[in-house]
Design a binder for this molecule. Structure first.
Ligand code: ATP
Ligand code: ZN
Length: 226
């Protein structure tokens, strides 16, 4: 199974918090998908669209490198990747076609309940576990607080209890996970929703026409849900 140059390529999360909503969105736009098999590429049956099912972290890069035309990803992952790529001098152009009405969450600092937190300055010189070192550094730089980043791609919330960090910077939606781990949210450093983004590489007319058909449908779906 390969990618056809004439079909619009959209990268979405294969499995996770955004995947069900993304599939619902496409279905709502009238795109008929066959997602039964666990594979990387799915072809729409009734429109010239190919889906790439990947990890959410790979989506901004695929769009910025022009490997896919569109992608749906959380602004948290988008912004983190953007800062990382800019620092590394990699291409980082894209445009936001639409802010979506799902995937809402916030990136927050949290400390153990026992921690005597007086503000970000309480974290001076401390170790903070996170999967978002760039977003965290930007916030702490603005606060003028120096800290040590402990990079963890999962289980961030157990880091303080495990003794590997003094605080965490992690995604929160209800706060239940923090509470279950004896942590308190102190600072919201970034608010996020899912966004539909487009590669900066100009598209052939046929592909642009597919986007022009999809966008009003997405708009309509979101209005209906408001
Ligand atoms: P992948 O295997 O694709 O890398 P993941 O484990 O990194 O998945 P998910 O936990 O599925 O990612 O979250 C995907 C996105 O969903 C997040 O980046 C964020 O934008 C959004 N999201 C919404 N609510 C939450 C939440 N409570 N915790 C984490 N992410 C959330
Ligand atoms: Zn991920």
């Amino acid at each position: 199974m390969t990618l056809d140059q004439n079909r619009l390529r959209i990268a979405i999360q294969k499995s996770g918090r955004l995947s069900t909503e993304c599939q619902k969105l496409l279905k709502g736009c009238g795109v008929k998908l066959n997602l039964r098999e666990q594979r990387l590429i799915a072809h729409a049956e009734n429109m010239p669209i190919d889906l790439l099912l990947v990890r959410d972290d790979d989506i901004p890069g695929l769009v910025m490198d022009g490997v896919v035309d569109l992608g749906v990803v959380g602004e948290n992952v988008l912004e983190e990747t953007l800062m990382e790529r800019q620092a590394q001098g990699e291409s980082s152009d894209y445009s936001v076609l639409k802010r979506l009405d799902f995937g809402g969450c916030r990136l927050s600092l949290a400390v153990a309940q026992e921690f005597d937190y007086q503000g970000p300055e309480s974290l001076e010189g401390k170790r903070i576990a996170t999967s978002y070192p760039w977003l965290l550094k930007r916030y702490m730089d603005r606060q003028g607080v120096k800290f040590k980043s402990v990079m963890l791609n999962g289980s961030v919330e157990v880091a303080p209890r495990a003794g590997v960090a003094d605080a965490i910077c992690d995604l929160v939606s209800t706060g239940a996970t923090l509470e279950a781990n004896g942590l308190v949210e102190t600072d919201v450093i970034f608010r996020s929703k899912a966004v539909l983004i487009q590669s900066a590489i100009p598209l052939p007319t046929a592909k642009q026409q597919v986007i022009d058909r999809l966008l009003p449908r997405i708009q309509g779906l979101q209005q209906a849900r408001e």
